[in-house]
Design a protein around this ligand. Structure first.
Ligand SMILES: Nc1ncnc2c1ncn2[C@@H]1O[C@H](COP(=O)(O)OP(=O)(O)OP(=O)(O)O)[C@@H](O)[C@H]1O
Ligand SMILES: N[C@@H](CCO)C(=O)O
Length: 309
């Protein structure tokens, strides 16, 4: 083993956009992708969660591919690993499963190739792969993350102390980000772009100052993506109405969908989740907490999973 010990990465899920913060705002939440890994003679991936069993068990696995790619960026050869992967993040539901897989791959390369990457370096690599910094920024830093990806570089501002209650309504159907981006226009009229920017600025200002009603109004006023994606998510309107009646100050499509993110003032999330759960038996309703730490790596002497022992 070139690098001794058992590596464990725990990477949080994220909800991107919060409505008008399209491709820029991300919120880290407490569902985790966990990867435990040791050096090995060849790549071997063990899926500990049934939903992950469909993915390749060798170096073709997405997490392994990202690790190999990251190592190459630094002129290193990624050593093969035996990995046990488990996840609480539902796939293709708008909760940043792909971003968490990317961050896990980068963490593996950082450790096993001795790269010691900073958070900023992880952000730059992952934003380049995803194409936008919202989900990856939240998964790396935790909290509410505002990001920009310009020709001049990738920057984030992190609000770790952001406090609000979060409930996600997760349908059974998957919606790939790729499909959900296909319905978006390629250009936006100048005056519409000015309006979209004002709505996004106002959303952030109102969230940071606890003006919940105004924040909800802005979440409803997005012009960047939500109007185009409505037809892909037929249950959206019903959830919106139920959530408002049950105390949410705002609702938005979570990431590219199809889950719906419902936000409530601190202390009101439990009642909101209970009420939604009663009305929506075909969907999963989860009260989430904001993850404030982001991706975490631990190196231990012994594996916690028998399959790696
Ligand atoms: N743990 C994983 N291992 C391998 N591939 C994964 C893993 N997690 C996600 N993926 C890949 O990412 C795809 C889902 O990514 P997609 O961007 O469509 O949705 P999402 O990231 O879950 O949601 P959103 O980007 O809207 O927040 C999966 O179908 C799979 O191909
Ligand atoms: N900002 C992205 C998040 C999903 O990757 C979108 O809405 O398409």
């Amino acid at each position: 083993m070139s690098r001794g010990g058992v590596f464990t990465a725990s990477v949080p899920a994220s909800s991107a956009n919060l409505g008008p913060g399209f491709d820029s705002i991300g919120l880290a939440v407490n569902l985790y992708l966990t990867v435990e890994a040791i050096s090995s003679a060849q790549w071997e991936i063990i899926a500990l969660t049934p939903e992950l069993e469909k993915f390749p068990v060798n170096e073709q696995n997405y997490i392994a591919q990202i690790a190999i790619k990251t190592a190459r960026l630094y002129g290193k050869e990624m050593p093969p690993l035996k990995m046990a992967v488990s996840s609480e993040i539902p796939l293709a539901r708008g909760l940043g499963s792909s971003a968490s897989a990317i961050i896990a791959g980068i963490e593996l390369a950082s450790h096993f190739c001795g790269l010691n990457l900073t958070k900023q370096e992880k952000l730059e690599i992952s934003a380049e792969i995803e194409g936008h910094p919202d989900n990856v920024g939240a998964s790396i830093y935790g909290g509410l993350v505002v990001g920009s990806q310009l020709e001049t570089g990738v920057d984030v501002t992190v609000f770790s102390e952001m406090d609000m209650d979060v409930v996600a309504v997760i349908p059974e159907d998957e919606l790939l980000t790729e499909s959900s981006r296909e319905v978006l226009p390629s250009t936006l009229d100048y005056s519409k772009a000015v309006e979209a920017s004002a709505v996004s600025n106002q959303l952030l200002a109102s969230l940071l100052t606890g003006q919940w009603k105004l924040a909800g109004k802005m979440m409803d006023s997005d012009v960047f993506h939500q109007p185009y994606r409505r037809s892909l998510v037929p249950w959206w309107g019903k959830i919106e109405q139920l959530a408002r009646e049950a105390g949410a100050f705002g609702t938005a499509l979570s990431g590219a969908g199809p889950s719906i993110l419902c936000l409530a003032e601190p202390g009101k999330g439990q009642a909101l989740a209970a009420s939604l759960e009663q009305s929506l038996d075909a969907m999963q309703v989860i009260q989430l907490k904001i993850d404030r730490c982001g991706s975490k790596v631990n190196i231990t002497e012994e594996a916690s999973k028998d399959c790696l022992a």
